[in-house]
Write a protein that binds this ligand. Sequence first.
Ligand code: 13P
Ligand code: SF4
Length: 366
Amino acid sequence: MADGFARPLPASLAFTPDVEAQTAAMWDKVKHHVTPLEWRLHAPLIAEINRLKREKNAVILAHNYMTPEIFHGVGDYVGDSLGLAREAAKSDAAVIIQAGVHFMAETSKVLAPDKRVLIPDLLAGCSLASSITGADVRLIKQRYPGVPVVTYVNTTADVKAETDICCTSANAVQVVEWAAREWGVDKVILIPDEYLARNVARQTNVKIIAWAGRCEVHERFTAGDIAEMRAAYPGAEILAHPECPTEILEAADFAGSTAAMNDYVALRKPKQVVLITECSMASNVQAESPGTQFIGPCNLCPHMKRISLRNIHDALVHDRYEVTVDPAIADRARLAVQRMIDLPPPAVPARYDLVKARHHVDVELI
Ligand code: 13P
Ligand code: SF4
């Protein structure tokens, strides 16, 4: 199930001149992050995966945290959680390969129940998704009757099924305000990421009830990391993901989802930038922004890093590992995800401006 690098590649997957020509444009995008020696292993797999996709009518949905050879080599749709969910709903392919983590594959299955959804490694989990269960949400609803439940997409289908509407970091403020208006209440349950909830609470006058889930990647950043970066690189612009603690967002120049960070770099073209998020994000954005220098720190997500070209290839060849969701749960979860998708996209890319935050209320932690 794990990567399988111990097994030799089939002899047919050789770095031939034809493979080199087919993958030349991709090499150009990844050459600052992948060595020529590594490319000799990656390129034949990329060519074969792209051939298999056509043969099997499959698409690969690749999250921004995938390694550059996956992101630029085989991803048909790349982006943040919201973007990938939208693509899953629209796709005409018979098979979806989720180059991401298990909750993303479940979301794809929920939105595309007639398609076969495969994840290359079943152990690609998420600390946020495993922090809460459907039974927990049922208890929360008993404790706060009449309060709408907004759930981050980084959750299992079981949790989404107990939810009124889903959100991602790209639209959480908009969704919370929508739920408060629709239900005619002044408070909303926003679960399971405590930091996302605290960061949203600073952007709205809706009261937030939160759960103490954490992203194990983003919770590790500290205000000290930012202070060190400012001292070492005074001109660098610092961008942070809203799963980070609030002190990070207060110290950053910009905060937004992975797609919002990507847009920020593409539009503003800073000379130097620090991305406070998962490591592969910087490598992937850099390929599209050669004029910008990207500076650490970053943390690896061990779950995202379980996905490799090798296990994507094996998923296509062996038609594995299928992700299924109980149809009764999927039907309820779909309502919550679809409600989110149906909201109009924000007029400007959602950003978390905690420097100028309008509200300084604390959240109620369950
Ligand atoms: P977004 O891509 O939605 O910003 O999510 C980040 C993340 O941690 C996904 O697991
Ligand atoms: Fe989960 Fe964090 Fe990894 Fe995203 S980066 S999959 S939220 S642990």
